[in-house]
Design a binder for this molecule. Structure first.
Ligand code: PRX
Length: 631
C-alpha cells in the first residue's frame, strides 16, 4: 500500500485502521469500541478493552525471547555495563512491583520517579505499569522548586529516587534536592524508596525513607501478576512547560499508547523483534518514555539505556555501542549531533555501523549543515521527526516502514498516519491555501491513540489550552508555526508561545522569569529564547534591578548575574539557567504594559524587531541592542 493510501485510510476509516493496528499488542479482554468521540475533544480509544503496558513490554516476550537481551544498561559515568534478558527484566520488575505493593502503592496511586539513568528507573516505571499505578517521572536535571510543584500536582504516595546521578565523572547528588523539595511541597509522600549507588552519602529520614537493596532482598522470588486495566486507565503523567508558569501534567492512557507505540516501531522506526534500539534521550523526557522504555520493549527489541556524555571517554562511545550491540535503529537529538560535529570525524569511521538502518532525530529543528554532516559521516539515512510530549509519538515523519520516501533537508517529513494536520492562518483562523504558506500547525480531533488524554486533574485547562472549536470541528494546537510544500512535506518554524527549546529541552520562559523574580534585587525580568549555534536556543534574561547601585561596575554586574544564575540553578536546575543576564533600566512594553516579547527576542538575536508603533519607550529596545552588540 502506498503511504498516501495508508494515511488516507487512517483519517477516513479510523476505526477499521486502528482496530487493525491494535492487533500488534496483547489484550486480556477485547475492546468493544475502537473510538469513542462522543464528548469531543476528549476521546476514548479501545473502550471496554483491558490490557497492561508491562505485560506487553515484558511478559509477552518471555515465551519466545526470554533469554534475549531486553535492557542493556551502559554507564560511562561509573564504568559499568549490565545486560538484562527479558526473563531477568521480568524478575527485577516483579521485585520492584512487590516493593511498591509492600509500601502501600495500589492501582491508580501516583509514584513519582526522580532518578538518574539507571536500570532501577526502568524497573520502577514498568513496575508501576504492572500494578496499575501511575508514574510521574521528573527529569533528574530539575531542582527542588520544579520538583516541589510536580510533587504537589501529582500527590504521589511514594517517590522513588537515588543518592546521586553522575555527569562527566562527577557525582550529582539528588537526595538533598529531593528532601528540600518535599519540605517545600504541601503534599508529603508517605514513603521514599532510595536506590543507594554509593555515589553521595546521605542520611535517610527515619520512618519515611526505605532502602531499595534491603527491600529487594525480601522480595527475590515474590510473584506479582500484571493488573489488567481498562484501555483508558492512565499509565503515566509527564510534566511539560507551556505559556503559564505552572507545568502541565500530560496524562497518557494505557491501551491507545501501547497500540500507538507498537505501530510506530514498525511503520516509522523500522524495528523488529530481536533487534536492538538505542535512544540517547533521558527517561525524564517523553522520548525516553516512548523510545527508551515502552516502544522498543513492546516491539520485543532490546533497548540501550545510556548514562553518560556523548563524548566521554571519547566521541566514538555511541558508535562503539552500535557496533557492539548491532543497533538497528538509533534515536537522538540535533544538539547531540552538533556536539559530535565539533569532534574529530574519524571517531565515526572507527566502528562498523552496517547494522544501523537509520538515525532518527527529533526534539528541535534539524539545521541543514548538521543533517548533511551526520548523513555523510554515518553513511546512513537520517530521519527527522516532529512531535511533542503531548502526542507521545511522531506527528510528522517519514513512514519508511510503509513506503520508503526521500528526506528533504530541513523538513521532518509528512503528516504521519492518524494525524489530520492542518495549517491555520493566524489572523483569519482559516486553513492556509496553497503551498509554502505559513500557519499554525493544528491537528483535527480526535487525536489518534497514544496522545494525551487530558491535563492531569484539569480537564478545563486541557480544553482551554489546546483546543478551538468551529462548526462542530475541534482543532488541537501544537503552538508551532509551520509551512507545507507542494509535496506535502512540512517545515517547522518555531513556537507561537513562550516556550523555548534549549538543546532539545523544552522550557517555559515564564517559569524562568518567576524564579529570577525571587532574587531580592530583581524588580522586573523578561526571558526570551535566543538562537544559538550549538544548543539551537539559549535563554537570555533582561533584568531591571531594584537597587541600581548594586550595578556600579562590571565586577558588580557580573556578581549579580552570577547570583541570579545560582538562584535558577537551585530552584529549577542548571538546565534552565539563562546563558546571560543583562541589566536594563526599562523593558520594551506596549502602552498598555504588555511585554513586546517578539520584538525583544528579535533584537536580542540582532534582527529587525518589525512594527513598533505600540511601544511605550523606544529607548528600551535601544538598550538591548547596545548590550547585544557589545558582546
Ligand atoms: O517546537 C517543537 C519542537 O519541540 C516541541 C516539543 O517538545 P517536547 O514536548 O519536549 O517533545 C519532544 C518530542 C520529540 C515542539 O512543539 N520540536 C520537536 N521536534 C521537532 C521540533 N521542532 C522542529 N523539528 C523537530 N523535528
Amino acid at each position: 500500500m502506498s503511504f498516501a493510501d495508508f494515511h488516507r485510510r487512517s483519517i477516513e476509516q479510523p476505526e477499521a485502521f486502528w482496530a487493525e493496528q491494535a492487533q500488534l499488542i496483547d489484550w486480556q479482554q477485547p475492546f468493544e469500541q475502537v473510538c469513542d468521540y462522543s464528548r469531543p475533544p476528549f476521546v476514548h480509544w479501545f473502550a471496554g478493552g483491558k490490557t497492561n503496558l508491562c505485560h506487553n513490554a515484558v511478559d509477552r516476550h518471555l515465551k519466545d525471547r526470554g533469554d534475549q537481551n531486553a535492557l542493556i544498561w551502559v554507564s560511562t559515568e561509573v564504568d559499568k555495563e549490565i545486560v538484562y534478558s527479558f526473563s531477568e527484566l521480568h524478575a527485577e520488575v516483579q521485585r520492584m512491583a512487590a516493593m511498591l505493593l509492600a509500601l502501600g502503592v495500589g492501582k491508580g496511586d501516583r509514584v513519582l520517579i526522580y532518578m538518574p539513568m539507571i536500570a532501577e528507573a526502568c524497573f520502577a516505571m514498568l513496575a508501576c505499569a504492572r500494578i496499575g499505578a501511575i508514574h510521574s517521572v521528573v527529569f533528574g536535571g530539575f531542582a527542588s522548586v520544579s520538583l516541589a510543584s510536580r510533587i504537589d500536582n501529582a500527590t504521589p504516595k511514594l517517590i522513588v529516587s537515588a543518592d546521586a546521578g553522575s555527569r562527566g565523572g562527577k557525582s550529582v547528588p539528588y537526595k538533598g534536592l529531593l528532601d528540600e523539595a518535599i519540605q517545600l511541597a504541601q503534599h508529603k509522600p508517605a514513603k521514599v524508596l532510595m536506590v543507594d549507588r554509593g555515589l553521595a552519602p546521605f542520611t535517610p529520614v527515619a520512618g519515611r525513607d526505605e532502602d531499595y537493596a534491603a527491600l529487594r532482598r525480601q522480595h527475590m522470588d515474590t510473584e506479582v501478576p500484571c493488573a489488567w486495566v481498562d484501555a483508558t486507565h492512565p499509565s503515566y503523567t509527564l510534566y511539560t512547560s507551556g505559556t503559564t508558569g505552572v507545568p502541565k501534567g500530560v496524562q497518557r492512557d494505557t491501551g491507545g499508547y501501547a497500540v500507538a507505540l507498537a505501530a510506530s516501531m514498525k511503520h516509522i522506526f523500522l524495528g523488529n523483534p530481536g533487534e536492538t534500539y538505542f535512544s540517547t534521550s533521558d527517561i525524564g523526557w517523553v522520548v525516553g518514555h516512548s523510545y527508551i522504555i515502552y516502544g522498543p520493549l513492546i516491539a520485543g527489541m532490546a533497548t540501550i539505556m545510556y548514562e553518560g556524555l556523548p563524548i566521554r571517554p571519547d566521541a566514538g562511545v555511541w558508535w562503539s555501542l552500535v557496533e557492539k550491540y548491532k543497533v538497528t535503529s538509533m534515536f537522538s537529538a540535533p544538539t547531540a549531533v552538533r556536539v559530535l560535529k565539533k569532534q574529530d570525524p574519524a571517531y565515526l569511521k572507527k566502528y562498523d555501523l552496517s547494522s544501523l538502518r537509520a538515525l532518527f532525530l527529533a526534539g528541535e529543528p534539524l539545521d541543514e549543515p548538521t543533517a548533511k554532516w551526520i548523513a555523510e559521516a554515518l553513511g546512513r539515512p537520517i530521519i527527522d521527526n516532529y512531535w511533542q510530549t503531548e502526542t507521545g509519538w511522531p506527528i510528522l515523519s517519514l513512514c519508511n516502514g510503509i513506503e520508503p520516501a526521500p528526506s528533504k533537508f530541513g523538513s521532518p517529513g509528512k503528516a504521519v498516519y492518524g494525524y489530520d494536520v492542518k495549517l491555520l492562518n493566524e489572523s483569519t483562523g482559516e486553513p492556509v491555501q496553497g503551498a509554502d504558506e505559513k500557519g499554525v500547525v493544528m491537528i483535527e480531533g480526535p487525536l489518534p491513540p497514544g496522545c494525551m488524554q487530558t491535563v492531569w486533574q484539569d480537564d478545563a485547562r486541557f480544553v482551554k489550552t489546546y483546543w478551538t472549536e468551529a462548526k462542530g470541528r475541534w482543532l488541537y494546537s501544537t503552538f508551532d508555526w509551520g509551512i507545507r510544500d507542494k509535496d506535502g512535506y512540512y517545515f517547522i518554524l518555531g513556537r507561537t508561545d513562550d516556550v523555548i527549546n534549549v538543546a532539545g529541552h523544552r522550557l517555559g520562559t515564564r517559569e524562568i522569569e518567576e524564579s529570577i523574580s525571587s532574587h531580592p534585587n530583581v524588580a522586573e525580568v523578561a526571558v526570551v529564547g535566543v538562537a544559538d549555534q550549538l544548543k539551537g536556543q539559549v535563554a537570555m534574561a533582561f533584568v531591571i534591578a531594584k537597587d541600581a547601585s548594586a550595578l556600579g561596575d562590571s565586577a558588580a554586574r557580573l556578581k549579580l548575574e552570577g547570583d541570579i544564575m545560582k538562584v535558577v540553578d537551585g530552584q529549577l536546575g542548571a538546565v534552565a539557567r539563562p546563558s546571560r543576564v543583562h541589566f536594563v533600566t526599562a523593558l520594551p512594553k506596549t502602552r498598555s504594559g504588555k511585554l513586546l516579547r517578539r520584538a525583544l527576542q528579535a533584537v536580542a538575536e540582532g534582527r529587525d524587531p518589525g512594527d513598533l508603533t505600540t511601544i511605550e519607550d523606544p529607548t528600551a529596545l535601544q538598550q538591548v541592542k547596545d548590550l547585544v552588540a557589545a558582546r
